[in-house]
Structures are given as structure tokens and as C-alpha cells.
Design a protein around this ligand. Structure first.
Ligand SMILES: Nc1nc2c(ncn2[C@@H]2O[C@H](COP(=O)(O)OP(=O)(O)OP(=O)(O)O)[C@@H](O)[C@H]2O)c(=O)[nH]1
Ligand SMILES: [Mg+2]
Length: 421
């Protein structure tokens, strides 16, 4: 299978800083607070684009960062939000975080998945007005952007899926209609993972065909190999159901068709609505003719194409019709049942605590780091708010528990403070 894999770092924009400002008007001796909020930082958004076929552009860049939000301004004006960064990827791209969790599964043109959210804008002093403090000299800095390391993997999407029982001749068929040369053998489950091949139909159109591992009864519940690949089948637009018209064990092709239809239905009822053709294979064998008659009688409405993959017989009508089905399938707009995974950030730990080599206790990281970065330490009121936030997070208590006493030096996110109990 054609796989393209890149590791990249995505960073959302930092929020703009809120500011401290006061109205200055003629004849008004002391104007009210007027510092506006900062704008939100830009998100990083992944977008599907059908014109792309590789992740090469992304491979060369490696690092992506959305724009920071703009700082607030006086007269209560908000800073502008940072521009979102939209990264276009080919359809079939899966984005995973470092733990391997699927964050975005891009399969539709224009599908957008925000994967890293921009930092919130800091609040201006207008927002800190209270009954007790009508002229606050405090504002927040913007929330820092977030960094997320992800892998992007492109799994080429097939237009057509070849499905059927084991040994029906799926691999043989793909080997004679495309350049792919998969393993072919007389025992079941020869094909372990899908093989993809580019096929040129008699009408000159190209499409990608996937030769799938054989499905068996119970596949939708995990029997055999099929289950993990039913997912791939979901992504194809047309199914070609390959049927052995002369099974060696004497079973009936009519039953074989039913088994597969039942499994598709059990896995996902929508699969049964995919346009489907039957390639009645192995017509070179003697029993095939009678079986074909029975199959046509059992399924009078199905498009059945008698072929011999092995002898390369009657392949043209099958491919011609497949191409026609594909054209029709393209015109049907997919409902927007997007494969959409919203990235849920794991809840930050409040902070980490550690004793440094010089004996000083240090707290850092998590929620604390965010609060720290949003605080303007030149503002007395902001410093007081910060110490209230530390208490709420449990930093004071944790330091006390470690024996830190009034007046001891502690380090908070790298800056030294005197501990006041
Ligand atoms: N006589 C005859 N034999 C065929 C034909 N097509 C395939 N076979 C044989 O059927 C057997 C199975 O073929 P494969 O192409 O490996 O079947 P498959 O559907 O890919 O099987 P799995 O990968 O196990 O699901 C092989 O021995 C092929 O040579 C055909 O048109 N005529
Ligand atoms: Mg096979």
C-alpha cells in the first residue's frame, strides 16, 4: 500500500495581551478604564484538498505556526484575532498525536478539523472593574499558544474495492487489470493487507482499485482478517464483488453472494447502498455456466459480469461499467457524515513540584505555567491576583507540605519569589 508519513509540529497562536488604559478626555479630570482585550490566537486547522496527492509539501516544512492575536487597544478596542493556519492535505490523510490517538481523519474535499486551538486573548483592565476597584490597574497577557507534535499519514483512498470470499480471485483480477502483482494462491487468506493498483478503463479513465483480504461469515464481528479492512471498504465509492463461479468445495455461488451481503450489512448498513457490480469469476471452469444461470435467477437486478480473470476474458465490459458507476457515484454528494475527530486536550495537571540542586523548591508547568505567562508582574494588582490563583491551584499548600517556611526562596516557573505564609 502506498503510504506517506511525516512528523510535524503544529503551534497555535498566542492570545493578544489585554492592556491597562484610562480614558483621557478634555475637561474630564479622571476618565474610567478603557483597556481593551487581546484577540484570540489563530487555530491550526487541517483541511482536505482533492487536488493534492502527497504530503511532500508538508514534509519539507516540518513546523507550522498560526498567527498570534493582536494586543488590545485603548478606547476599549479589542485586538484582532490571529489568522487561523489552514494546512491542506490530500484526502486519505490521518493525523495522530504522539500517543498515536487519531485526531483527524480527512476523507472529504473541504473537510476541516481544528487540531490545535489558539490561546485566549488576555483581558484588558475594563474587565477587571468591580465595585471595590473602579479603576483597576491590571490586565492579563494573552494565553500562550499550544504546541502539538503530530504524525500525518496518507493512505491512498481507493475508488473501487474488490471484495469477496477468500480464493474468489480478487488478487488475480487486480493483477490482470493493473500493474500490481500481489501474491496469488489456491489457499484462503493469501492477501493479508489491501493491494492498491491504478487501472485504466477502456473509456480512458483512471481509477484506483483495492484488492481486499477475503471476507468470511462473521467478518463483521471480527472473524478472519476482514474486519479491520471493512473500514477501507467504507471509503471506496464502488464495490466489485468477485464471486467464484465454480468453488472447489461445491458450495453455491448464490450462497457466497449472500454471505458477503450479510456481512456488509452487519458491519455498516450504508455499505449495502454503495454501487456494486458482480464479477462472476472463473467462467473458464466447467460448472460455472450452470452456476451463472442460478445466480442471475437469484439476483435478477444485479449487474453481473461473467469473466475469467485467469484467462483475461471479458474484462473490458466489467471495467467499462465500473468506470460508469464511478462517474455516477462522483455526482452523488456524500452526506456530511464526516469522519470527524475533535481533538480533546488532556486536562492539564495543575503544576509540577521539584527540589532543585541548590535546595530551592521549584513549581512549574501545567495550568500554573499558563497563569504565570498571562500575568503582568509590573502591575501590583496583577501580582496580588497571581498569588490568589496560586492558592487556588494548591501551590501554597504543596510548598508548605514540603516544609517551605515564611521568607524562604521558591522558584515559580523559573522566577524567584519569597514565600509568604
Ligand atoms: N480457473 C480459474 N482459476 C482462477 C481464476 N481466478 C483466480 N483463480 C485461482 O483461484 C485461486 C485464488 O486466487 P486469488 O486471486 O489468490 O484469490 P483471492 O480472492 O485474492 O483470495 P484471498 O486473497 O485469499 O482472499 C488461485 O489458485 C487462482 O489461480 C479464474 O478466472 N479461473
Ligand atoms: Mg487475494
Amino acid at each position: 500500500m502506498f503510504v506517506d508519513l511525516v512528523n510535524v509540529e503544529l503551534e497555535s497562536g498566542k492570545g493578544g495581551d489585554g492592556i491597562v488604559a484610562f480614558r483621557r478626555e478634555k475637561y474630564v479630570p479622571k476618565g474610567g478604564p478603557s483597556g481593551g482585550d487581546g484577540g484570540r490566537g489563530g487555530h491550526v486547522i487541517i483541511e482536505g484538498h482533492e487536488g493534492l496527492s502527497t504530503l511532500l509539501d508538508i514534509r519539507y516544512k516540518k513546523k507550522f505556526k498560526a498567527e498570534d492575536g493582536i494586543n488590545g487597544q485603548n478606547k476599549k478596542r479589542h485586538g484582532r484575532n490571529g489568522e487561523d493556519l489552514i494546512i491542506q492535505v490530500p484526502l486519505g490523510t490521518q493525523v495522530r498525536n504522539e500517543e498515536g490517538a487519531l485526531i483527524a481523519d480527512i476523507i472529504h474535499q473541504g473537510q476541516q478539523v481544528p487540531v490545535v486551538y489558539g490561546g485566549r486573548g488576555g483581558r484588558g483592565n475594563v474587565k477587571f472593574v468591580t465595585a471595590h476597584n473602579t479603576a483597576p490597574k491590571i490586565a492579563e497577557k494573552g494565553e500562550p499558544g499550544r504546541v502539538l507534535a503530530v504524525s500525518m499519514e496518507l493512505k491512498l483512498l481507493a475508488d473501487v474495492g474488490l471484495i469477496g470470499l477468500p480464493s474468489a480471485g480478487k488478487s488475480t483480477l487486480i493483477s490482470v487489470i493493473s500493474a500490481v502483482k500481489p501474491k496469488i494462491a489456491a489457499y484462503p487468506f493469501t492477501t493479508l493487507v489491501p493491494n492498491l493498483g491504478m487501472v485504466q478503463a477502456p473509456d480512458g479513465k483512471n481509477f484506483v482499485v483495492a484488492d481486499m483480504p477475503g471476507l468470511i461469515e462473521g467478518a463483521s464481528e471480527g472473524s478472519g482478517l476482514g474486519y479491520q479492512f471493512l473500514r477501507h471498504i467504507e471509503r471506496t465509492r464502488v464495490l466489485v464483488h468477485v464471486v467464484d463461479m465454480a468453488p472447489m468445495d461445491g458450495t453455491s455461488p448464490v450462497d457466497a453472494v449472500k454471505i458477503i451481503l450479510d456481512e456488509l450489512k452487519a458491519y455498516n448498513p450504508d455499505l449495502i447502498n454503495l454501487p456494486r457490480l458482480i464479477a462472476a469469476n472463473k467462467m473458464d471452469l466447467p460448472e460455472a455456466e450452470d452456476n451463472l444461470k442460478a445466480l442471475k435467477e437469484a439476483y435478477p437486478d444485479m449487474a453481473i459480469f461473467p469473466i475469467s480473470a485467469y484467462q483475461k476474458e471479458n474484462l473490458e465490459p466489467l471495467l467499462f461499467e465500473t468506470s460508469k458507476y464511478l462517474e455516477l457515484a462522483k455526482q452523488v454528494p456524500k452526506d456530511d457524515d464526516y469522519y470527524y475527530y475533535k481533538y480533546e486536550e488532556s486536562l492539564d495537571v495543575p503544576f509540577e513540584l521539584e527540589r532543585a540542586d541548590d535546595g530551592v523548591y521549584e513549581v512549574y508547568g501545567g495550568e500554573l505555567e499558563r497563569i504565570f505567562k498571562m500575568t503582568v508582574f509590573e502591575q501590583d494588582q496583577a501580582v496580588r491576583r497571581f498569588s490568589r490563583q496560586l492558592k487556588r491551584l494548591g501551590v501554597d499548600q504543596a510548598l508548605r507540605d514540603h516544609g517551605v517556611k515564611n521568607g524562604d526562596t521558591v522558584r515559580i516557573c523559573g522566577a524567584e519569589f519569597d514565600f509568604k505564609d
